[in-house]
Unconditional design. Structure first.
Length: 183
């Protein structure tokens, strides 16, 4: 799926506004990831407290088991969205560098195929690694939003209006306009 999405995404990233939309999607993914990490930390703390409790009637908190259909749909949706998110993140980070895109996608496929369990155990043991990954994804998402919104401004021919309201440090330069229009 990642390779298929990559082939489509590299073409689609040339579409004005899609980089902005992809960055917004990654921001949503960051929020969901942060929320899940906090939820997992709270769940682990509750389970640890219940395990230390001497009352045998107290059991670790848990969720009701899922049906096969629920589990299948969750895995399918998660795999599709993670593949697309992965491709968007790698494509956003590798913008204009196809070799970096290919390397990043191959590395992610190899790591997930060969080392998924080891990576999951490592992330479970050292939670801070997840937060470092979250910061990296957040940086890529913000960069995609930044570059995407500037491309939209240039495409709409609103550079003068944009520069009039923005501090001079954030102005869109003539070089950026020329570079954007040459793509």
């Amino acid at each position: 799926m990642r390779i298929g999405f990559a082939l489509i995404t590299t073409w689609l990233l040339g579409v004005i506004g899609l980089l902005l939309a992809g960055g917004a999607l990654l921001l949503w993914v960051c929020w969901k990831m942060w929320h899940e990490m906090r939820e997992q930390r709270a769940q682990d703390a509750a389970d640890a407290a219940a395990a230390l409790d001497d009352d045998p009637a107290t059991e670790p908190t848990g969720r009701a088991p899922k049906t096969f259909k629920q589990a299948f749909l969750q895995i399918l949706i998660a795999d599709l969205s993670m593949s697309l998110d992965n491709v968007l993140a790698v494509a956003g980070a590798a913008r204009e560098h196809p070799a970096v895109l290919v390397f990043g996608l191959l590395l992610s496929i190899i790591l997930m195929g060969l080392a998924a369990t080891a990576i999951a155990n490592l992330l479970h043991k050292h939670r801070w690694i997840g937060y470092v990954g979250l910061i990296i994804v957040l940086y890529v998402a913000l960069h995609m939003v930044w570059e995407g919104h500037r491309a939209v401004v240039i495409d709409l021919n609103k550079v003068d209006s944009y520069n009039a309201v923005m501090p001079s440090l954030l102005d869109i330069t003539n070089e950026e306009v020329i570079k954007q229009r040459s793509h």
